[in-house]
Design a protein around this ligand. Structure first.
Ligand SMILES: *Cc1c(COP(=O)(O)O)cnc(C)c1O
Length: 379
């Protein structure tokens, strides 16, 4: 909870835009159910606000990364299917936590399959999701594990595999050969699993970008995350999703420099002629990445203002020489993320991806939620 008058920046999160993005992704294919990935606190935007708004818009299936995220989500959404992507923590006995909160584990290895089968034998919940690795080498059954399971399908015991999933490595590059390769591998894996697609099992391959690779990739259930939050599914094309976040820093000080000087740590920026500089109390401690030092561009209205010198922990400095004085005063707002510099543009300048810009958004910003049936300045 921050006071808007005291905070150094205002972060506006548009819940209606999230819902509009959910509808756009859902409407891509009537045969595909659209889930929502709300891991990492809904990519930094606040799962406690985002998930109920999505549920009210008709979303029934949610994915989180960690069990504790699932527990918090269950308290908000009593009815939803909640899948836990990272699956069973290695600590023995954690299976019971899934039952206590009606969470669906993603079984990511043959060891997980055995653990869950044992859990079912002991009277635990039966439902689980099975993850087949088709090219990430991260989580999911390897080729050898799949072969072992196909040779001995009874190993799942009483487990009901209601979803079989895999995850694409290069979906944001539609022409990448990995996409077709992973699709073929996933289909071959499904063919080897007698219960893979029937009687109850459904299939899921696509993340946000995967949804745009064409109908074959969409399958029964899609798992978009970043595009719900306005991130582009394909950095090479215009973004069809609505922007969700706006970050406005507040100018706290202006300074006219008329003699040669340097700006900030490391004295990396030289001012030679007369310039006007503005200081904004946002820094890398707020997730405003230090790699934006000397590279990022903020906007005042339609006018670009370059970030000059290094991003420090709590402050950045902008060159506002070209901005009319009426628009540039202590208290005036500067778009650090906005209509002219959406998350993907900021990410490109920072040498990263929109996902990292979102999940880094700081705790010191004043958060303003708009839309979603109710407004509110929650935190
Ligand atoms: C994070 C994640 C997603 C969502 O990906 P986006 O690219 O944000 O749409 C889907 N599936 C898995 C397994 C993930 O880890």
């Amino acid at each position: 909870m921050t006071d808007p008058d005291l905070a150094g920046a205002r972060l506006t999160i548009d819940l209606d835009a999230i819902v509009a993005n959910y509808r756009l992704l859902s409407d891509l294919d009537a045969r595909t159910e659209c889930a929502a990935v709300v891991k990492a606190d809904a990519y930094g935007l606040g799962a406690d606000r985002v998930a109920p708004a999505l549920a009210a818009a008709g979303c029934r299936t949610f994915f989180v990364a960690q069990v504790e995220e699932g527990i918090r989500l269950r308290a908000l959404l009593p009815e939803a299917d909640i899948h836990v992507l990272n699956g069973l923590p290695p600590h023995p006995g954690t299976e019971r936590v899934f039952d206590a909160h009606t969470l669906i584990p993603v079984l990511n290895s043959l060891g997980d399959v055995d653990r869950w089968a044992k859990h079912v034998r002991a009277g635990g919940a039966t439902t689980a999701t099975l993850h087949i690795d088709t090219g990430m080498c991260r989580l999911g059954l390897s080729g050898d594990e799949l072969a072992a399971l196909a040779a001995d399908p009874g190993r799942v015991g009483g487990t009901e595999i209601t979803l079989v999933m895999s995850h694409l490595a290069c979906a944001d590059e539609p022409d990448h050969p990995m996409n077709a390769k992973q699709l073929a591998k996933f289909r071959a894996a499904l063919d080897r699993l007698p219960w893979g697609v029937s009687p109850w099992g459904r299939t899921s391959l696509a993340n946000s970008s995967g949804l745009f690779l064409g109908p074959h990739y969409r399958m029964d259930l899609a798992r978009p995350g970043v595009s719900l939050y306005g991130g582009t599914p394909n950095p090479a094309l215009p973004n069809p999703l609505a922007p969700v976040v706006r970050l406005q820093g507040k100018i706290v000080q202006l300074r006219d420099v008329d003699s040669p000087q340097t700006v900030g740590y490391g004295a990396t920026h030289q001012v030679t002629g007369p310039r006007r500089l503005a200081t904004v109390p946002v820094g890398y401690a707020d997730g405003f990445l230090r790699s934006l030092s000397g590279r990022g561009t903020a906007f005042i209205g339609d006018r670009p203002v370059p970030i000059v010198g290094r991003v420090s922990m709590d402050l950045i400095t902008l060159d506002v020489t070209d901005i009319p004085a009426a628009e540039c005063h202590p208290g005036a707002l500067v778009d650090l993320i906005g209509p002219h510099n959406p998350i993907d543009a900021v990410a490109a300048q920072a040498g990263t991806i929109g996902y990292e810009i979102l999940t880094s958004l700081g705790a010191r910003y004043h958060r303003d939620y708009v839309g979603g049936g109710r407004g509110g300045q929650d935190r």
